[in-house]
Design a protein around this ligand. Structure first.
Ligand SMILES: Nc1nc2c(ncn2[C@@H]2O[C@H](COP(=O)(O)OP(=O)(O)OP(=O)(O)O)[C@@H](O)[C@H]2O)c(=O)[nH]1
Ligand SMILES: [Mg+2]
Length: 431
């Protein structure tokens, strides 16, 4: 049975996220973690108590709500310092889970690959390390004063706990470096394959995986939950003109992405930095789509991926009336102006052809136009050209097959070598 949770939301420093938006997101985060949100308490303004974050009146209110709803735990929309968390738990007599912890819990249920599992465990230990102090402080106090020889058992245990955790963190970091190295080998292999790489990016639940399925006929998980996707999946994407690319679906972003997660997930997030083209997927039907875009922009900036060529995709067009969809882009200054954009529905498929055409136009294309007279003995190349390139024209002549094709520089060179006659030549394809 799902654990019953009271949602405690406090307004942030004046920003565009209203406390109601935070509550909506906290509800989704709670559900995605497997909890059952049963009551909510909001603190819109007033005094922040540095000891407990919430004012003492609100702490009391949260306690009453938790008792009335028979809640197992309290979820908080902000991060708490170890001391704040400890004091709140004492006051409420229940587990208090802050935002980072909640996101970590979701990640832990989603990690499937070895790399994903290492990254999540690393982030969990990085989060827990500064929190080991709470118990230790209490125990060392019972152990007596400061001074060597009079140190309480708690402090000794705390020190050994910390040592063990640090050792585990080092082991995980070493494991991660190893996995990351093999990921890099794979990536280089892909590069040698010569196909451009496209990465889907966007706020969590925007519809990235649905779009991946629609474009690449992949079987990635789609769910109305936050962070349904954790491990990256790369598949082949067919584009007009027999052009192909690789497309990666990966973890979604959220505003104020916890730093311990960004640190632990750097290898996964590198997939994004390595892309030739980003598809930024926005849930065009979401009331906070612009704030979500700003959050995505911030993460892309932190990753150093803000300047990679990008197409802006207003997804879920089936949920937005046409007029609203058109004004979705215009009604607010967007973080990066001048991006090519498209309105589509990954669910119904409307607009997907337009997107494919736009990708073809935007992707760097190093294919060349090649004209050659292939001797009949080299006709097996025709199959290769059709498979890996684009045959523009083909004429059978007595002395061989005259072709005009567009293909990669490597294949063009192969065609030239096989070609006969003085008419063979190659020139770059017009864009
Ligand atoms: N109506 C509608 N729903 C959509 C569309 N695209 C995605 N959805 C729904 O939105 C929800 C999230 O879709 P996902 O594809 O899992 O989203 P995501 O961006 O991969 O999310 P995470 O992996 O959790 O970050 C699911 O319930 C989808 O069915 C769309 O074009 N129209
Ligand atoms: Mg997904």
């Amino acid at each position: 049975m799902a654990e019953r949770a009271v949602l405690a939301c406090i307004a942030g420093p004046s920003g565009s996220w209203a406390v109601e938006d935070d509550l909506a997101e906290l509800t989704e985060l709670g559900r995605s973690a497997g909890a059952d949100p049963v009551a909510a308490v909001l603190q819109r303004h007033g005094r922040y108590d540095p000891a407990t974050l919430f004012s003492s009146g609100k702490v009391e209110e949260i306690g009453l709500a938790a008792a009335a709803a028979d809640a197992d735990m309290v979820l908080c929309n902000r991060d708490l310092s170890p001391r704040q968390q400890e004091r709140l738990e004492d006051a409420l007599g229940r587990n208090v889970i802050d935002r980072t912890r909640l996101i970590l819990d979701i990640f832990a249920t989603r990690a499937r690959s070895r790399e994903g599992r290492i990254q999540v465990e690393l982030a969990q230990w990085l989060y827990l390390l500064p929190r080991l102090g709470g118990l230790g402080r209490e125990l060392s106090r019972t152990g007596g004063g400061v001074g060597v020889g009079r140190r309480g058992p708690g402090e000794t245990k705390l020190q050994s706990d910390r040592r063990r955790v640090r050792a585990r963190i080092s082991t995980l970091q070493a494991d991660l470096a190893e996995v990351a190295a093999s990921r890099q080998v794979r990536r280089r292999g892909r590069r040698r394959g010569g196909l451009p790489l496209i990465a889907l990016v966007g706020y969590t639940n925007a519809g990235k995986s649905t779009l991946h399925r629609a474009l690449c006929a992949s079987d990635v998980l789609v769910a109305d939950a936050l962070f349904a996707t954790l491990d990256p999946t790369t598949r082949l994407l067919d584009l007009p003109g027999n052009h192909q690319a690789l497309m990666t679906d990966t973890v979604g972003f959220i505003h104020d992405l916890p730093h311990s997660l960004v640190a632990a997930f750097s290898a996964t997030l590198e997939e994004v930095c390595d892309a030739d083209l980003l598809l930024e997927v926005v849930d065009g039907s979401h009331a906070r789509r612009h704030e979500q875009r700003s959050a995505v922009e911030r993460v892309l900036g932190e990753l150093g991926a803000a300047n990679i060529p990008r197409i802006l995709i207003w997804n879920k067009s089936d949920l937005t009336p046409v007029d609203a969809a058109l004004s979705a882009a215009a009604d607010r200054p967007t973080p990066r102006v001048g991006l090519p954009e498209v309105h589509l529905s990954s669910r119904t498929g409307a607009g997907l052809d337009e997107l494919r055409a736009l990708i073809s136009l935007t992707l760097p294309d190093d294919r060349q136009e090649v004209r050659a007279l292939l001797p009949h003995a080299a006709q097996s190349l025709l199959h290769v050209i059709r498979r890996d390139g684009e045959m523009l024209s083909i004429d059978y002549e007595p002395q061989g097959v005259h072709i005009v094709a567009r293909c990669s520089p490597g294949l063009a060179a192969r065609v030239q070598r096989a070609a006969a006659g003085p008419r063979a030549g190659s020139e770059p394809a017009p864009r």
